[in-house]
Design a protein around this ligand. Sequence first.
Ligand code: GCB
Length: 606
Amino acid sequence: MKKIILFVLIFNLTQNYAQEKLIINTYNRTSTLLDGNWNYIVDPYENGYFNYRYEAFDTQENPSKNAYFLNSKPSNPSDLVEYDFDASETIQVPGDWNTQKENLFYYEGTVWYKKSFNYSKSKSTNRVFVYFGASNYESHVYLNGKKLGTHIGGFTPFNFEITDLLKTNDNFLVVKVDNKRKKEGVPTLNTDWWNYGGITRSVKLIETSSNFIQDYFIQLDPNNKNKIKGFVSLNGTEITNKKIQLSIPQLQINKEFLTDENGVIEFELTNKKIKYWSPENPFLYNVILNTEGEEIKDQIGFRSIKTEGKFILLNDKKIFLKGISIHEESPFRKGRAYSLEDAKQLLNWAKEMGCNYVRLAHYPHNEHMVRLADKMGVLVWEENPVYWTIQWDNEDTFKNAQNQLTTVINRDKNRASVIIWSMANETPSSNERNIFLNKLATKTRTLDPTRLISAALEQSSFKGSSTVKTIHDPFAEVVDILSFNQYIGWYAGLPEECEKIKWKIEINKPVIISEFGAGAKKGFYGEKTTRWTEDFQEYLYEETLKMIEQIDQLQGISPWILVDFRSPRRPLPKIQDGWNRKGLISDDGQKKKAFFVLQNYYNNKN
Ligand code: GCB
């Protein structure tokens, strides 16, 4: 009995994270978008999920008609059904609800989504999956009245197989999306960004053959630049001893492999003619994988990234990361960004400023960003939403954080642009926190030995001095790149403070200043010591850039931030009005004076 209880307990704890394995590269697969108008019902009391005894309908054998996932209709005029998806309003998917519906601007809670569709498979033996790019924060997914599963985390993709539930006509997909912040969540209750709710990225149906290529990792061997290394894995019931053909025509590579008993091939291909991907020449190879019945294509760049003492080496050459931090906020619509056009505008601005690098803060951004960065030659830092104060001693919180990190690594591990996995941002050091982050770092290294690990840490005073700064954090010993945020001149004193500061960083690793900045309202000018003026922000950039030049190990910066972004922590009327104003570009796309200070610095920096 005890054993059964234990099993049930463990199962309950883990089931939210034991989701179906991710299908990667959904860009180049047979797919049908379910984007567009979906019906929605706002459900603050979760009436569609719980009965009046607060028991979840989806755990009951015969749930009442009022379970929203049943998409019920009265069967006769006397029948009592208290909701109707088809008569309810519609909302655009992808997209956050806050900026689409005025009455949902501040809403944090449950909204139900419903999409009806017909579908004919192209081959009767094929399989079909439903894939969500992201949905914030907890999603329960149902097809034709049956639960497919639950996903936790607002910024990572997930999929469920629907082959056996799918009909040719009148399918209905129902999703309960809940964006209530939770203490045990990742992120937790408090963040400096807007908690946009909803199905925020595209939803697709993906059709595959019965034994299909689910996953692959094709990158340069970190220890040998003449070797391409990795694996391909199949999903299906007949995956042993299957032929997989891997070809990279521009390198005259065309090889056949047989899968092992797990449906996996591991390979190493030596080639002395590999053209390396770099910001100056973002060369992508066409990579083609074939199995019986399926062909998958991708565009993959090959490059090496490592550190040596205080240097970062890209393809064995020293590189300084001229960066900028970016939130996933649309430059056009004012809301969560999701489209290729959003990504183009953000990365074009970064390029215009002279960047070769961006920090995608503080959570995984949509896949357009990294795919475009691959094409445009922009290096990328990707980050896990372990932000400020997480419940370090909560095992479930850890699993959640690890699951989100594992998923983004899984999604983006073939992108040459991505060079750094960031474990966390500004987390206070403690024993539990150190164990938590160490475990994340170890996991990351086993999943991906080809990239560097970092975290945005915080600076502190050197031996109690008010003018000498250092990094004093046990996690600094673990990371490959020592990154920290610092706001001298904004949260601590005025910009003139900068010239008094000395840095004493005793660890011989490359240093990146992952954040510095100051708030400025576009069009507000005045004394350079007057808060919120563009002049103050400009002055802070000038002084900070001089100050950090003294750091001998400095190998990159990503100031805070490219564009103003919404945050409920920023209410100051007429200045902030709900926006963090540290952008170098305003929320309506106008460049502030400091943009040009940074542009000038990058243009003159080797
Ligand atoms: C930080 C945080 C960032 C905030 C920023 C600020 O250190 O990492 O999320 O938005 O400061 O503006 O205070």
